[in-house]
Design a binder for this molecule. Structure first.
Ligand SMILES: CC(=O)SCCNC(=O)CCNC(=O)[C@H](O)C(C)(C)COP(=O)(O)OP(=O)(O)OC[C@H]1O[C@@H](n2cnc3c(N)ncnc32)[C@H](O)[C@@H]1OP(=O)(O)O
Length: 174
């Protein structure tokens, strides 16, 4: 196993057309269908980084800014922002495009956390991630605070032990 991998090695892009079976009575894409597509693309990204079977551990808050409509094309882009021990945070960005009209807008973004597991489902160590671009570095730097926040919310660590979150709050207050 490689000990370190570049963020770009985990890049995944996927395009889908919104079909009648994916929509509600207003012909908008169902949110759950979009979450499913995001989960699959993000899982592939985490697999590319770890070369392991991965399971979804958590999905952060997802807001739907715009509704993709029947016939629109949705493009999903994902990459790993940071790897910890067995877990990896994946950032995913979704665009909605109406190709005949020439419009393209960002529909939503989200962070998913995946855990690499062995054949018995036990967590297993993954390579560290090296960010290169400015955006990759920014996402990498913020990943520790987001990890602590979601582990506090999941009841896995105590707020008093979330040291990076404390620093973040102190920075805001100063
Ligand atoms: C692709 C799919 O959709 S899979 C289907 C949906 N997902 C699942 O079924 C997953 C079910 N859950 C599980 O299998 C387990 O709870 C696991 C593998 C996620 C965690 O297993 P645990 O025995 O609790 O392992 P452990 O406490 O050692 O934690 C392992 C890692 O998971 C991380 N983790 C656990 N829960 C969470 C959570 N809610 N949010 C974020 N990270 C989490 C831990 O921080 C740890 O990360 P690290 O190794 O990088 O430090």
């Amino acid at each position: 196993m490689k000990h370190e991998k570049f963020a770009k090695e985990s890049f995944v892009t996927s395009a889908e057309m919104v079909l009648p079976n994916d929509t509600n009575p207003l012909h908008n894409l169902m949110g759950g269908r979009l979450l499913h597509l995001m989960d699959v693309v993000a899982a592939i990204s985490a697999q590319k980084h770890s070369n392991r079977v991965v399971v979804t551990a958590s999905v952060d808050n997802v807001s739907f800014k715009h509704s993709p409509k029947l016939g629109d094309t949705i493009t999903l882009e994902a990459h790993v922002t940071r790897a910890f021990n067995s877990s990896m945070e994946v950032f995913i960005r979704v665009y909605t495009e109406n190709i005949p009209n020439g419009t393209k807008i960002e529909t939503n973004t989200a962070f998913f956390t995946f855990v690499a597991v062995d054949q018995t489902g036990r967590p297993i160590i993954v390579p560290k991630l090296i960010p290169e671009s400015e955006e990759e570095k920014k996402l990498f730097d913020g990943a520790l605070q987001r990890r602590e926040f979601r582990l506090v919310m999941a009841g896995r660590i105590k707020l008093k032990d979330a040291t990076s979150l404390h620093e973040f709050v102190e920075d805001i207050n100063n």
